[in-house]
Structures are given as structure tokens and as C-alpha cells.
Design a protein around this ligand. Structure first.
Ligand code: NAD
Ligand code: TYD
Length: 347
């Protein structure tokens, strides 16, 4: 298949691009704006592969999108492009609205204009250009008990999740109104290599390794449903190849953990000290628990492979062994972000 992967220089998008190119023999064109979170370094092992192409551009820019489609001549567009950090959405929501609302609209319009032009090289292409929107469990809001299914109502609580939910609704409207062959895949909290260290797990790993404090929001008893990024990438690929048009598929990880459990385990794995753990002011509107049922995508033949304990150990080892990837981040603009967010400097 020929794929246009929007936001493919980010954490999950780069994992998906690598997986499709290496394990499925797809041709992959990445379109990415390279925001602070987008990094060509995350794709550097793919550069030079004849099946890989990188284009810098924004999904809200119709010319950039049209150019990327002309270059890629895709059977499918998979959209990962997003602003993804809840704390940043609370401080500065503007970019979340622009990328999720306008960006998704521009991509959907482009998909509509090109629906008849796919090369029909793969199974997905048989129905014309497919569109897969990558989304999140956060659109369902918080759940104290039980688990969300695809039928659960949308009740997002942050500007991040509200704009992601809006994008999902727009995608569904293009299926209902124009019969655009669109699908949505919603994942739970991802972790693994190449994740920007503003998120809980890489932030705690790098702070632990540097002897910095480990800032736990509130009581740290919030629960997240962790999925390894290779498992989520595989679920998205599965939905792309086998999903039914117009449908939503949830892909949750095999394990749920409280934040404090995750942080304590990172302390153990890095040889840091419990005294580095510090409870700090809670995030406003903090969702208590996320939990996702994946029965529907499991019925398509997908299941997660990586248990959290083993995946976390591998992730700690990856950050320990790949200073080249995170050192430029930790010594750059990220320091200023960290000071604004946490009111203290990194070592
Ligand atoms: P990320 O922040 O690591 O990467 C986002 C990528 O999108 C970056 O490369 C960035 O440069 C690019 N981008 C941002 N705005 C853009 C724009 N306007 N035009 C083009 N490119 C743009 O994010 P991630 O964690 O890899 O998340 C990818 C997708 O998966 C997102 O849609 C997110 O909502 C979803 N998701 C993430 C998680 C998670 O835990 N990280 C869980 C479920 C779903
Ligand atoms: P995060 O990685 O930001 O993902 P999300 O908010 O999308 O779930 O946060 C995961 C959990 O960790 C969430 O409950 C907030 C918490 N957290 C902290 O306690 N301290 C931190 O410094 C960060 C970044 C997150």
C-alpha cells in the first residue's frame, strides 16, 4: 500500500511509519509540520529507504496537503498530526483548535477530492482512498469504574480531548454525508521509545536518571491504561486493513496502573531514590481514570503483545541507551517549558 502518514515525525507516527515500511512493505510518505514535538531524528533510520519520503508541511495548509498527495499518490491517509499534551492545552489551547479542527477538515477535504485516485494497490485501496483518524480514549472523559466501549458517549474534559473529540465528529460526518471511507482508531495512554519527555513516563525516566525531582500531580492515584506504542501502531494498521468504513475502534493496553506505581517502578529500574518523588499541585480538571475495552478491534484479529512491566523495563533501557535522541531536547527550549510548568529548573 502507499500511505500518507500525517504527523509521522512524532512518537507514535514514527513508530507506525517504521512498522509499515519494514514489516508490511508499504510505501510511506510522512507529512509533518515539525512542531516542538516533531523530530526528523525519530525517522533517521528510514531515510534512504526507497519506500520512504519526508515532506515538511502543516495539515491545515491545503497547498502542502495537495502537494503531499500528489507526491505520495496514497491508497490511504493516516492522520496522527496533533498537539498532544494536556498540560500545554490548558496553558495555550490555540494550536489545539487549529490543528485538530482546521487541520482535520483540510485533510478530509483533500481525501474527498482524491477519493477516486488511489492506485488500489492494497486491500484498503479497493474502496478508494481510505482515511484513518488516530484518536484517544480521552474523548470519553474519565471513568471511575468499568471500561469505555465505542458506544460510550463523548465527554471530553480538557481542551486537548475536546478538540480531538471535535475532529472525530467531523470525520464521522464525512462518512455519513459524503460516504468518505473514513475510520477512527482510539488508543489508550502510549509509552515506548521516541516519546517527547513532557509526558509522564519519559519525563520521570529522564528526571530519575539526572537526579531531578519526580513531580507527581496530586495524590498520584490517577489510573491510566498503558499500551506500548508498537501495539497501538499495529492496531491502527489492523484498522486500516481490516476495519469497516464509518466505524470507530478502541485499542487499549493490557494493563492499568496508578501513576504512583509507575513512578515507583521507574525509581527501581533507574536506581534513583524514593526521596526524588515530590507531590506537586494537581492538574486542573485532572481525569481520574481512563479504561478502554478493545473487544471490537480484537475481533478483527489484533491483540496487544507487550505487558506493561516488560515494556517499561525496555523503555527505560532505550532512554538510557539513546542519549543522542533526548539530549538536544533536554538542553533546548524544553528547559524553559519545564520551568514554566513546574516552577523549577532542571539540573
Ligand atoms: P506527538 O506529539 O509525539 O507527535 C505529533 C506529531 O504531529 C509531531 O510530529 C508534530 O510535529 C506533528 N504535528 C502537530 N501539528 C501538526 C500540523 N498542524 N500539521 C502537521 N503535523 C503536525 O504525538 P503522539 O503521542 O505521537 O500522538 C499521535 C496521535 O496519537 C495524536 O493524534 C494523539 O492524539 C494520538 N494518541 C496519542 C496517545 C499518547 O499516549 N501519546 C494516546 C492515544 C492517542
Ligand atoms: P500524561 O503523560 O500527560 O498523559 P495524559 O494526561 O494524556 O494521561 O500524564 C499521565 C498521567 O500522569 C496523568 O494522570 C497526569 C500525570 N502526570 C504527573 O503526575 N506528573 C507529570 O509531570 C506529568 C507530565 C503527568
Amino acid at each position: 500500500m502507499r500511505l500518507l502518514v500525517c504527523g509521522g515525525a512524532g512518537f507514535i507516527g514514527s513508530t507506525f511509519a517504521r512498522q509499515r515500511l519494514r514489516e508490511h512493505g508499504d510505501e510511506v510518505t510522512v507529512l509533518d509540520k515539525l512542531t516542538y514535538a516533531g523530530r526528523e531524528e525519530s525517522l533517521q533510520d528510514l531515510v534512504g529507504d526507497p519506500g520512504f519520503r519526508f515532506i515538511r508541511g502543516a495539515i491545515e495548509d491545503p497547498d502542502a496537503v495537495a502537494g503531499a498527495i500528489d507526491a505520495a499518490r496514497p491508497d490511504a491517509i493516516v492522520n496522527f498530526a496533533a498537539e498532544t499534551h494536556v498540560d500545554r492545552s490548558i496553558a495555550e489551547p490555540d494550536a489545539f483548535v487549529a490543528t485538530h479542527a482546521l487541520g482535520t477538515y483540510v485533510l478530509l477535504e483533500a481525501a474527498r477530492a482524491h477519493r477516486g485516485t488511489s492506485r488500489s494497490g492494497g486491500r484498503a485501496g479497493e474502496h478508494g482512498l481510505r482515511y484513518v483518524q488516530v484518536s484517544t480514549d480521552e474523548v470519553y472523559g474519565s471513568i471511575e469504574q468499568g471500561t469505555f466501549t465505542e458506544e460510550s458517549p463523548l465527554a471530553p474534559s480538557s481542551p486537548y480531548s475536546a478538540t480531538k473529540a471535535g475532529a472525530d465528529l467531523l470525520v464521522q460526518s464525512y462518512f455519513h454525508t459524503y460516504r468518505l471511507p473514513a475510520l477512527i482508531c482510539r488508543g489508550s495512554n502510549n509509552y515506548g521509545p521516541y516519546q517527547y519527555p513532557e509526558k509522564l513516563i519519559p519525563l520521570m525516566i529522564l528526571n530519575a536518571l539526572h537526579g531531578d525531582s519526580l513531580p507527581v500531580y496530586g495524590d498520584g492515584m490517577q489510573v491510566r491504561n498503558w499500551i506500548h506504542s508498537t501495539d497501538f501502531a499495529a492496531a491502527i494498521g489492523h484498522v486500516l486493513e481490516h476495519g469497516r468504513e464509518g466505524e470507530v475502534y478502541n485499542a487499549g493496553g493490557p494493563d492499568e496502573e496508578a501513576n504512583m506505581t509507575v513512578v515507583r517502578r521507574i525509581v527501581e529500574l533507574t536506581g534513583a531514590s524514593d526521596s526524588q518523588i515530590e507531590h506537586v499541585t494537581d492538574r486542573p480538571g485532572h481525569d481520574r481514570r481512563y479504561s478502554l475495552s478493545s473487544e471490537k478491534v480484537r475481533a478483527l484479529g489484533w491483540s496487544p503483545r507487550v505487558r506493561f512491566s516488560e515494556g517499561l523495563e525496555q523503555t527505560v533501557a532505550w532512554y538510557r541507551d539513546n542519549r543522542w535522541w533526548w539530549e538536544p531536547i533536554r538542553s533546548g527550549e524544553y528547559r524553559a517549558y519545564y520551568e514554566r510548568q513546574y516552577g523549577r529548573a532542571l539540573s
